[in-house]
Design a protein around this ligand. Structure first.
Ligand code: AMP
Ligand code: ZN
Length: 480
């Protein structure tokens, strides 16, 4: 839809959401299209109301976040920055899973928090779980801040602070006939929700075949736990002591903090088949209507084609990036070189390449003049971003135009990229060693009155994008 068509529609509709939409156009001159996992299509973004309500599935804080997990939050952050710059007011929530459910999302395997406690030689108690989670939550916040996420604009609820809301949600489902109790817990009855699995990526007939249906007393293999009893640990509830199910936590916090119908929900692709299908089932069974308008998912980071993850034993964390002397924002730059819906294979060489590119960009930024905003450039830049966050294209546009851009325009583009270009000063020491060497050679040639050679070297320096000026205090190098 063109800007004029949008304006016309807004005027005839007269609603605040339409006006918000037009305001967004006015800022960037572009439409925002997002890929929706629910429809598998690129759709023009239209918020439900005046504020965009966005929820990003957050970490289980039992260990440090991996470079796989961090991609999820850079994707969410790029989306947030895009919404901001397109003129929307955004309410953003990232949950913190801070207690075990003593069951994984597939109702099998060991709970992550329990694993974390054992790793650190701590006894399995509620207090220890809370303390361990607190420690890794802080580490998580530090990590995402280091890669350019502004945590002050996001709400980070801890799941353990929302137990009454989770219990209330389960009771609501029970009253509506969507839940049943067995000896092993309270379950969501997926047979009562005909649209179950509509987000896709789920094989209903063969799903978890042979899973412990008999043992749990579940009616259908895909039924999932809403309340898991535990004799020793957890919270009191109408179904005895225990823990709410993991899928329940997200819905209860969304209802409490954002409302029953929200605009955007994100996560990694691994969450599509079970976790997010289960969130939809609970939310839509409880509240009716469409729970989320736009479901968005990022692809995996892999190493040697294996997904990066703790259980895969190939987890790299941000501290390792720092230990190698690399700028954490280089990781952000590297993520941005791939589209969020494309898998990316991590190598240290690739990250080093990103660090070099980022350094060049910082140097270029420092040497550029300030000036008027280049609207033509920003139009094509935001067209790329508005096309489902095409960051690789947006970065390519910057490099293609770097010689003619000014600082003001680049700072505007960086509001979406989050590379912190305007936050840092590039010192003269950031001029590459090769260039400094050329300048020294030129100076020696000049002193020796070999002007042909010194001109040749000046040319080389200029071709590399730098210039050398002879001043009273000696030659001065700068970026062109
Ligand atoms: P978790 O703490 O396991 O719930 O994961 C936090 C977020 O990271 C979720 O949105 C996951 O889907 C995502 N995630 C986990 N592993 C990867 C990976 N290798 N690449 C990209 N995203 C991932
Ligand atoms: Zn979730």
């Amino acid at each position: 839809m063109s800007f004029l068509e949008a304006l016309f529609e807004a005027l005839s509709a007269g609603g605040t959401e339409a006006l918000t939409y037009v305001a967004a156009h006015a800022l960037t001159g572009q439409n925002l299209y997002l890929h929706n996992t629910l429809t598998k299509e690129l759709e023009p973004f239209r918020p439900l109301g005046k504020k965009v309500l966005m929820y990003n599935c957050g970490p289980t804080v039992y260990d440090f976040a991996t470079i796989g997990n961090l991609r999820s939050y850079i994707f969410a952050d790029t989306l947030r920055r895009t919404l901001d710059i397109f003129g929307y007011e955004v309410k953003q929530v990232i949950n913190i899973t801070d207690f075990g459910h003593l069951t994984s999302d597939a109702d099998e395997g060991e709970d992550k928090m329990t694993k974390g406690l054992r790793r650190e030689g701590l006894e399995l108690t509620m207090q220890n779980m809370h303390t361990l989670a607190g420690r890794y939550m802080e580490a998580f916040l530090r990590d995402i801040e280091a890669i350019g996420v502004n945590t002050k604009t996001i709400t980070f609820p801890r799941a353990s602070d929302y137990i009454p809301q989770q219990i209330a949600l389960i009771e609501r489902l029970e009253k509506k006939g969507f839940a049943y109790q067995t000896e092993s817990g309270v379950y969501f009855d997926t047979a009562q929700f005909p649209e179950y699995g509509k987000l896709g990526s789920i094989n209903l007939s063969g799903q978890q075949a042979g899973m412990r249906v008999e043992a749990s007393g579940k009616k259908n293999p895909q039924d999932f736990v809403l309340w898991k009893p535990d004799a020793k640990l957890g919270w009191e509830s109408p179904w005895g002591m225990g823990f709410p199910g993991w899928h329940t936590e997200c819905v209860a916090m969304i209802f409490a903090l954002l409302g029953e119908h929200i605009d955007i929900h994100t996560g990694g692709i691994d969450h599509i088949p079970v976790h997010h299908n289960n969130e939809i089932a609970q939310a839509e069974a409880a509240a009716g209507g469409q729970f989320v308008q736009y479901w968005m998912h990022n692809e995996f980071i892999t190493i040697d084609q294996n997904r990066v993850g703790k259980s895969q034993g190939n987890a790299i964390v941000l501290q390792e990036v720092k230990d190698k002397g690399l700028d954490p924002r280089a990781l952000r730059y590297w993520y941005l070189t791939g589209h969020y819906r494309t898998p990316m294979n991590f190598t240290w060489e690739a990250l080093e390449g990103a660090a070099t590119a980022l350094k060049r960009l910082q140097q270029a930024y420092t040497s550029l003049p300030k000036g008027e905003i280049d609207h033509k450039f920003l139009e094509s830049f935001f067209e790329a971003i508005g096309n489902d966050l095409d960051t690789p294209k947006a970065l390519a546009l910057i490099w293609e135009n770097i010689k003619v851009l000014n600082q003001t325009t680049l700072a505007e583009a960086d509001k979406v990229l989050g590379l912190g270009l305007a936050d840092r000063k590039v010192k003269p020491s950031d001029i590459p060693v090769e260039i400094k060497k050329l300048a020294e050679e030129r100076e020696s040639a000049r002193m020796a009155k070999d002007f042909a050679r010194s001109d040749e070297l000046r040319k080389k320096i200029e071709e590399a994008g730098y210039e050398v000026k002879d001043t009273d205090s000696g030659p001065k190098l700068s970026k062109k």
